[in-house]
Design a protein around this ligand. Structure first.
Ligand SMILES: Cc1cc2nc3c(=O)[nH]c(=O)nc-3n(C[C@H](O)[C@H](O)[C@H](O)COP(=O)(O)OP(=O)(O)OC[C@H]3O[C@@H](n4cnc5c(N)ncnc54)[C@H](O)[C@@H]3O)c2cc1C
Length: 301
């Protein structure tokens, strides 16, 4: 992190298990015994990801911000997204020994760039799979309910199996959200409750993917093809945008309501797209850090 003071403040904001803003320009850090350890002034970065960031903001409600920090328009926690992560598996006459490959190896993003031949907006990428035996046993017990001799027989085919899996775009819907449950954790802070269901377009996307990947496995000689349902990677809940009524932060991750509070994680995503998210999250973090430094340099913080 070098000598950049703004970065140290970002790090400080991540240290405590319990973090409360008592005034707009102040963060208080507590240890596990609830003893106050430090106070920090602006700017403050919040980067707990798509569940913990809104939880922190909502749990930090105070007289000045009765609905939680940065939540005057009720947008914190809204538009929560997962990525669909459906897979197909098949058995081959040849030995595949898929454990020798990377666990997930990108094959194509074709359906992120092609609209003809699909009945849904958005897209997906798909990857070859290489689960280790315990992970694969977990998949077949969980998804197909195999147990005992049936599980043994399935696992005996392990070296002849191959699989394909998507990272699929899920559309943002306001009703999908992170909110606070009544139950509290060991620090007395309310735990998050996640409300999520797929929309019609999301279902069309993963059904298309299952069909397409099944055909691909079949064309390669796969037999006994079956599909598995899963989700991956989160996004949204403090989305960035151009309109303060429809977003929590501006395009720099700076909260509309509290200008010295910056959000800097996957909760900023207005959409999740059909690709892995981490490089975009990292790029945003660098961009937001640069922006804070530049504003500080110009004396505009
Ligand atoms: C098994 C697995 C495999 C994955 N594979 C891939 C992949 O192949 N490619 C890809 O792009 N993405 C992958 N992801 C997703 C990726 O890890 C996340 O999208 C990414 O890490 C999110 O970055 P973030 O900075 O938003 O949050 P995080 O990396 O989750 O960082 C949030 C940090 O905040 C801390 N925190 C939370 N609350 C508090 C608090 N109250 N006080 C202090 N600290 C707090 C957490 O401990 C954590 O360190 C994978 C995720 C998992 C779980």
């Amino acid at each position: 992190m070098g000598g950049d003071p703004s970065c140290h403040r970002f790090r400080a904001a991540r240290q405590g298990p319990s973090l409360r803003l008592s005034r707009v320009l102040q963060i208080r850090l507590f240890d596990k015994r609830q003893t106050e350890r430090a106070r920090h002034l602006d700017p403050v970065g919040d980067q707990g990801y798509a569940i913990e960031t809104p939880r922190l903001l909502l749990n930090s409600a105070c007289p000045q911000f009765p609905d939680g920090l940065a939540n005057s328009r009720g947008m914190v926690g809204k538009f929560f997204m997962v990525q669909s992560n459906h897979a197909v598996y098949g058995t081959f006459d040849e030995e595949i020994r898929w454990y020798k490959a990377p666990p997930s190896l990108a094959i194509t993003e074709h359906w992120n760039y092609t609209d003809s031949g699909k009945d849904f907006p958005g897209g997906y990428a798909y990857m070859s799979q290489g689960p280790l035996p315990i992970e694969y046993a977990d998949t077949v017990t969980g998804q197909r309910g195999l147990w005992g001799m049936e599980l043994r027989n399935e696992m005996a085919k392990y070296n002849h199996q191959a699989g394909l899996k998507i990272v699929g775009e899920v559309l943002p819907q306001e009703k999908n959200r992170v909110e606070l449950a009544d139950e509290t954790d060991e620090y007395g802070l309310r735990i998050p409750r996640v409300v999520f269901s797929y929309g019609e377009e999301d279902r069309k996307l993963y059904q298309h993917a299952i069909r397409f990947m099944s055909e691909a496995l079949q064309a390669a000689g796969g037999k006994d093809i079956w599909s598995a349902e899963d989700t991956a990677h989160l996004g949204g809940t403090c989305r960035m945008g151009a309109d303060p009524n429809e977003s929590v932060t501006n395009a720099d991750g700076r909260c509309w309501d509290i200008p010295n509070l910056w959000i800097c994680d996957g909760s900023l995503f207005p959409t999740v797209a059909g690709v892995n998210p981490s490089l975009t999250i990292q790029a945003l973090a660098w961009r937001i850090g640069d922006r804070i430094r530049e504003l500080a340099r110009r004396g505009e913080l």
